[in-house]
Design a protein around this ligand. Structure first.
Ligand SMILES: NC(=O)c1ccc[n+]([C@@H]2O[C@H](COP(=O)([O-])OP(=O)(O)OC[C@H]3O[C@@H](n4cnc5c(N)ncnc54)[C@H](OP(=O)(O)O)[C@@H]3O)[C@@H](O)[C@H]2O)c1
Length: 259
């Protein structure tokens, strides 16, 4: 009787850890200042795939705040009020439909793509590879070369860096992100791949940075990830790079400060 109880206990611990990792819940705490974003809007619009919510929406807000023309891909039933309130343009479509991207790029005037495409559910089909593949193909066909992809720590050569719990529960996510990364790298586009670890809500802190160290793993806030994505978009030195978004103060989720 002792053994099943121990297993149940360990299972509950693992479930609790996973819940903390994927739910993005974090205790309140005072914030350090947000480092200013680069203000180099180029010519043409930025297409944000995933810009309806979460990290993608934060990217849209930053781009719009500095005057970039932004197009947000939104599925027919996606909520778009938040993105629209920034002044971003909404392009209705589904990343799983190649024709939808062809139509968006046919409008012309897009200079870059930022993709935070993902799915909340850990079950079922995911858009991470197929959706990005469709976007990459369409961008290439339209002559749009800049592509910033938000991936995940655990993809590609970073599998060993992902926490054990993530390796167990995100088994269907890591291969999808790996395929998307590989496809983008082979595409010939001017890519930047940014891998976050765990994502948390709340406002940016500004302590997070991009590192090429594929052994770096931490928990960061979506607003910080957004700021780093915009900085990478502007930075010619970021082209052809794979980065981990890293907060050295939060390398273990239990190291998240309580105040
Ligand atoms: N959550 C984490 O802890 C975590 C950790 C590491 C990496 N990541 C990765 O980081 C990125 C951002 O994650 P997040 O949690 O901030 O955002 P998220 O909640 O995963 O948002 C995903 C976005 O993709 C859109 N989307 C999904 N399927 C689509 C489709 N078929 N066509 C068009 N749009 C579609 C969603 O639009 P709708 O509004 O229509 O749903 C939403 O805007 C994702 O790539 C995620 O995989 C997440």
């Amino acid at each position: 009787m002792r053994y099943p109880k121990t297993k149940m206990f360990l299972g509950l611990i693992a479930a609790a850890i996973l819940w903390i990792v994927v739910s993005g819940i974090e205790p309140d705490r005072a914030d350090a200042g947000l480092a200013p974003v680069s203000t180099q809007p180029g010519n043409g619009a930025v297409l944000v795939i995933g810009g309806t919510r979460a990290t993608g929406l934060e990217i849209v807000k930053l781009l719009r705040a500095r005057g970039d023309d932004v197009i947000v891909l939104a599925r027919p039933d996606s909520k778009t009020a938040d993105a629209e309130s920034t002044g971003a343009r909404i392009a209705r479509g589904d990343a799983m439909n190649p024709g939808d991207f062809a139509a968006i790029f046919a409008g012309g005037g897009i200079r870059a793509v930022v993709s935070t495409l993902g799915a909340r559910s850990l079950e079922g089909p995911r858009p991470d590879f197929e959706g990005n593949r469709n976007a990459i193909d369409a961008a290439k066909a339209a002559g749009v070369s800049r592509y910033v992809l938000v991936s995940v720590i655990g993809a590609g050569d970073s599998w060993d860096t992902a926490p054990w719990v993530a390796q167990q529960f995100l088994k269907n996510l890591f291969p999808e992100k790996t395929r998307a990364e590989d496809y983008l790298r082979a595409s010939g586009l001017a890519y930047t791949i940014i891998r976050p670890g765990g994502l948390l809500e709340k406002e940016a802190q500004g302590r997070v940075y991009l590192t090429p160290d594929t052994g770096a793993m931490s928990w960061i806030r979506r607003a910080d990830l957004a700021r780093l994505s915009v900085q990478a978009l502007d930075d010619p030195d970021a082209i052809g790079q794979v980065y981990h978004a890293h907060d050295p103060d939060r390398t273990r989720f239990w190291s998240i400060p309580l105040n």
